[in-house]
Design a binder for this molecule. Structure first.
Ligand SMILES: *Cc1c(COP(=O)(O)O)cnc(C)c1O
Length: 366
């Protein structure tokens, strides 16, 4: 054989994940509302813990994230032995795809589900099937109909990013009950803390109902630690055991563990963030609706805004960038006529509302 090393075919079929932009050329103050990072930055207690650990950086972290799992367990009322931490929940998504998927298996996700599921499933060698949605929400009937003997994993973001949609708990129960016991249901509740729906369960009850379901959570959104890369899963013992055999031995680094533990201890943090988000999510949605763009219902800390056509969404994106505002284009999600906007501070929401209104006023006739 000659030539350079070649990746497997399915590697080159993957479209690399594109994160939200950080900077705009020529703009000093940039509003980064493209990655759903919390509106208030990191909890002060987490920043303090991060600074304090600086003198300890020569130490390996606890590979099992023991203190962090204990802190998560007491915060959420869960058995720490059934929690596993990851380098962001992204790491756990990838590990699950490799453990349970692979050549000859199918991975199911909804049409506009989180793209990491597609990347992870394809990398593992599975066929990734995007199941049609109903009104930009997971369609449980279609999902169950798509299950075959080849199905290994069903990924559901709850609520979903980027649509913001949330299945009612009765529908989640119906999905869970309809899946064969050998299919792993992954409930990705990255935005759990922002949900206001009264019947919402982030996944604990569904995990406890059997041996084939895992709930994923993250410190990247409401806890304001996206840069630290900490996520976790709650699952039956068999799933936890499998993950622990293959995850990075020291996956969550020393500073990340310290910052995450401290974030859980910040008094009133989640309540403050949720209250702010609920108020400004509604205010921003009302302002954008009034300006003439369509806003989909959302349970997250972001809005999916529909400008009607891909060209108009691109023009709106350009207009916002001119005003120093970075939001997220949705072409990768097959929603090129939409933009996704994080709910920021009150001031930021006001600036976004003004910029969208300015754009819509200039563009009412096309
Ligand atoms: C942001 C997000 C995550 C979190 O990813 P991390 O790797 O923990 O930062 C997971 N799932 C969804 C749907 C998300 O939007």
């Amino acid at each position: 054989m000659t030539g350079s090393p070649q990746p497997r075919d399915n590697i080159l079929a993957i479209a690399a994940y594109v994160g939200g932009d950080h900077t705009l050329p020529g703009v000093n103050r940039v509003l980064k509302l493209s990655s759903n990072e919390g509106a208030f930055g990191p909890p002060p207690s987490a920043s303090a813990a991060y600074a304090k650990i600086a003198a300890e950086l020569h130490r390996y972290p606890d590979g099992g994230s023991g203190a962090l799992r204990t802190a998560i367990g007491s915060r959420f009322g869960l058995d720490p032995a059934r929690i596993v931490c990851g380098t962001g929940s992204d790491e756990l998504i990838g590990i699950l795809a490799h453990i349970y998927g692979g050549p000859g298996t199918d991975v199911l996700m909804s049409m506009h589900g989180f793209t990491m599921y597609q990347i992870a499933g394809t990398y593992a060698g599975s066929r990734v099937i995007k199941v049609p949605e109903r009104d930009l929400c997971t369609d449980v009937d279609a999902m169950l109909e798509a299950v075959t003997p080849e199905t290994a994993i069903v990924f559901v973001a709850h609520p979903n990013n980027p649509t913001g949609s949330l299945l009612p708990q009765s529908e989640m129960l119906r999905l869970r009950a309809g899946l064969p016991s050998n299919v792993l249901l992954v409930i990705d509740s990255a935005y759990a803390e922002y949900v206001e729906a009264a019947d919402y369960d982030a996944g604990v009850a569904l995990v406890d109902a059997g041996d084939n379901c895992i709930m994923l959570r993250t410190f990247s959104k409401v806890f304001g630690l996206g840069g630290m890369r900490v996520g976790w899963g709650y699952a039956p013992a068999g799933v936890i055991d499998a993950i622990n055999r293959v995850r990075g031995v020291f996956n969550v680094n020393l500073a990340a563990q310290a910052a995450a533990i401290a974030a859980l201890e910040e008094p009133g943090w989640v309540e403050k963030c949720r209250t702010h988000n609920t108020e400004w999510r509604a205010r921003l949605a009302a302002a954008i609706t009034k300006a003439g763009a369509k806003v989909y219902p959302t349970e997250g800390n972001f809005l999916l805004v529909d400008f009607g056509t891909a060209a108009k969404a691109a023009a709106a994106d350009a207009h916002l960038r001119k005003h120093g505002i970075i939001v997220r284009g949705m072409a990768a999600y097959d929603l090129p006529h939409c933009l996704r906007m994080t709910v920021g501070t009150a001031e930021e929401c006001g600036m976004v509302a003004d910029a969208v209104a300015g754009f819509m006023a200039q563009n009412t006739h096309d």
